[in-house]
Design a protein around this ligand. Sequence first.
Ligand code: KIV
Length: 251
Amino acid sequence: MEDFRAKKRRRERITALTAYDYPTARLLDESGIDIILVGDSLGMVVLGYTDTTEVKFEEMLHHTRAAARGVKRALLVADLSIGTYDIPEEAVANARQLVEAGAQAVKLEGGASHVAQIRAIVGAGIPLMAHIGMLPQSVRAEGGYKVKGRGAAEAERLLADARAVEDAGAFSVVLEIVAAEAARQITDAIGIPTIGIGSGEHCDGQILVTHDLIGLYPWFTPKFVSPEVQVAEEIRRAARIFIERTRGPVR
Ligand code: KIV
């Protein structure tokens, strides 16, 4: 984990993408990505749920096992899904299960409110990535995906969250949909790397949901993503060709 702090000191950007299965994890690993996240975003982009609040822990374990088989080099991080880290003992037990499934580190959503869980997980020898800003597991309570850290008071609260998770032992922190200026202030203020998603260019690294990057979930693309390819279109095209070839002329 010291490598990631060293990268920050050297101002080397950290790269992270999600994977939930063997071929994607293997392809990303072979491409040279630093971190592969088995995110609970799998709930939407793989399992077809409305949001991450429907993801079950068994599903996280199943997909972590699959992704782990494809990773040789990158750091594999897995999400603790909703309801699996409400108290420190439960957080540690479930983090251990993700490690047994093949993760090398775990991620949970929350800042100062989750210091006890972070300390317990790190104390158990499991590296922890924190996640602050917009917290998808709270999307229903929040009434949508909203930018965080726009006003001075909210930016201060986020900074306090970032300091709290660093102090508790997190090796990095995801900043999700945080106003760019607040993300810059946090990045300058803490010693662990910030990994941004929709949080501007000043973070120490960037993470994206791979399905968004490659256009594999065309029904919704976040505003801050510019897909590099349109894989969904290629799948439709290949399927249409196969259908035409198979049906052929009417016999
Ligand atoms: O679940 C996920 O994929 C995530 C990233 C978007 C940071 O938490």
